[in-house]
Design a protein around this ligand. Structure first.
Ligand code: UDP
Ligand code: MG
Length: 319
């Protein structure tokens, strides 16, 4: 029988573990699906990992790991993929904002031969207007850069084992799971779902962390910002030629341009442009620097007993 793995990154979600386990195991048992739940506690500082261990002790299909510190959701997803052994793997939030019943539709499609089932938000649920605006802006910028509709896409997906292996074989450290499945290709279909409200706890994203996420993903997926530097350079060359001709003509006619104002303006504008461009280039160099160091994406400090045999890949290399 085919095995379904569910990967659930969890950061300070102590109240959600037991409930999520109950809901998911109930759902799969009812529908006769062979499953395993893999919780990855992303360096939680509360009792999340203890809750996972408790759930694992009660149900051997529940497995989990704890990171040595907070490495971010992306790392949690990849650790979960690495620890999973299912023929199909679903990635979902452990706060159940991704409706569990949708997994059944995804599973159905997978059995029909679909290799990637993308969860698409039909709306963003009852999130604050401020959050919705910032997330909207974020996805608009991202969609432009990555050339795909990011507005509705999410981390809620089902992947075939083949796809999981492809993603795990990528050498890069700065990954963007949401877009990587588009990049990977394969036979894919979408499933719409409605974002649910959180039962416990609160969202881990602040506007600031969303911005950082946007910038880091944009630069890890696109070199367009670098080309913008080139375009700005070309534009300023044309501008300089026009201005130089005008200045010379006026000089030859004996009426040269007013001194300081022009000079100050030029220095400010060009100085600003140069610093911005240096910043963009610097950002890419920083990314290269991080990749070159080749540090692991995450460090696992503990795993539940039923996962001991499964420790593979990244973690094994380090220990
Ligand atoms: N998460 C994580 N590491 C982090 C932040 C979040 O593993 O550093 C997990 C979190 O526990 C949840 C999922 O990622 O399962 C989505 O986070 P959240 O609900 O805070 O985001 P939102 O639903 O508001 O987009
Ligand atoms: Mg959430």
């Amino acid at each position: 029988m085919a095995l379904l793995s569910v990967v659930l990154p969890a950061y300070n979600e102590q109240q959600n573990i037991a409930y999520t386990t109950e809901v998911l195991s109930g759902l799969f048992e009812q529908n006769g699906i062979d499953y395993e739940l893999i919780f990855v506690s992303d360096g939680s500082s509360d009792a999340t990992y203890e809750e996972i261990e408790k759930a694992a002790a009660a149900n051997h299909r529940v497995k989990g790991a704890q990171f040595s510190r907070n490495f971010g959701k992306e790392a949690g997803i990849f650790a979960g993929l690495e620890l999973s052994s299912g023929d199909a793997v679903v990635v979902m939030d452990c706060d159940l904002q991704h409706p569990p019943e949708t997994i059944l539709t995804m599973w159905q499609k997978w059995q029909e031969g679909v290799e990637i089932v993308e969860g698409v938000k039909s709306d963003r649920g009852k999130e604050s207007i401020f959050y919705r605006m910032s997330a909207g802006l974020f996805y608009k910028i991202m969609s432009r850069l990555i050339k795909m509709d990011m507005n509705a896409s999410s981390d809620f997906k089902l992947l075939d084992r083949k796809v999981v292996n492809v993603l795990l074989s990528l050498p890069e450290r700065n990954t963007f799971f949401r877009a990587l499945t588009f990049w990977a290709g394969f036979r894919s279909e979408t499933v719409e779902y409605e974002v649910q409200e959180r039962r416990y706890g609160s969202s881990k994203w602040s506007l600031w962390s969303l911005m950082r996420y946007a910038i880091s993903n944009a630069t890890s997926f696109s070199t367009l910002p670098l080309q913008i530097v080139t375009f700005a350079g070309i534009a300023s060359i044309f501008f300089s030629i026009a201005l130089a001709v005008q200045t010379l003509v006026r000089f030859l006619m004996g009426a040269s341009v007013e001194g300081f104002t022009t000079v100050i303006l030029l220095i400010l504008i060009i100085g600003g442009m140069i610093m911005l461009s240096l910043g963009i280039i610097g950002h890419y160099i920083a990314r290269i620097y991080e990749e070159v160091k080749g540090r692991p994406r995450y460090i696992i400090s503990k795993v539940t007993d039923n996962l001991q045999g499964n420790i593979v890949g990244e973690w094994k290399k380090r220990v």
